[in-house]
Design a protein around this ligand. Sequence first.
Ligand SMILES: [Fe+2]
Length: 320
Amino acid sequence: MLKLYKEKERDLVILNLTDPQLDNNEWNTDAGQILCYTVEELIHRTNPDLITVTGDLAWQSQMESYDKFGQLMEKCGVPWTFVLGNHDNEGGADHSREICNIVSRHGGCLFEQGDAEMGCGNFVILTEEDGKPAVGLIFMDSHIAHFYDVDGVEYERDDGLNEAQLRWYREQVEALEKLGCHHSAVFMHIPVPEFMTAYNEALAVPADALTIEKSYDPDSWNEPYKDSFGIRLENNNIVGPDDGFFDLICELGHTKALICGHEHINCAVIKYKGVSLVFGLKAGRGCYWRPEMNGGTVITANAEGIKEIRHEFVEATHFW
Ligand SMILES: [Fe+2]
């Protein structure tokens, strides 16, 4: 278990970035400038204790880009960590490990590969204040995703978490409890299917009528989801095997926020069955994006739990 010491009398501030996903050449274009500017601006605004990156750091064959991303993180001068995304994992297990090595050697990175049976990068960071545990941060590898077509509709099937990961998660929660840590957040790339259920249940207006601005109006949401915000412009029809992870989270009652990425034009945050389901706001324009949905997600926490989750939108239109 890795440790991160939090300042006294100040909530822990986590800045989550997701899906930067540049290729080797884009670093020298406006795409690279947008990403660097976005990260710089977010750090300036939020003064984070930790930066988390929820996957798709680059494209699996673009090793130079992984190194450049690591350099960018090192330059920030803030402890940071990451999970792998489906694109990072597309080259197979050895390749994923190589990517982790290239990225994590950059200064300030808190990362463990974990047991290879579970993939690459399953680990826990325990935050502490004054020798006492605060919030536990659990990082999990959600592996790859496959796309297939059923009657003209494209479906996405992810591999889900494997049984070893579910056992490991239960053990980690029990270990955290024993240490006196009663709250955790989980970070992984591919959302669980309950994100879709939650959004459909929560939304009180037609999906195509919702804008980012309107999403901050409680009238846009049904009871008891009035504190939801963010929009979901993409629906990947996630039909991954029911690995039971969300049910396990509910059963154990320890994890209060599940932070994911993967869907670039989704930024909905909905508290569902006591767990905040968070689509992280995408950083930069890598792969595809919506300029109005650029930035990062801020999670503040202390020993009493997760205090606040919010998006920080960064306008970067002056680069083109
Ligand atoms: Fe992805």
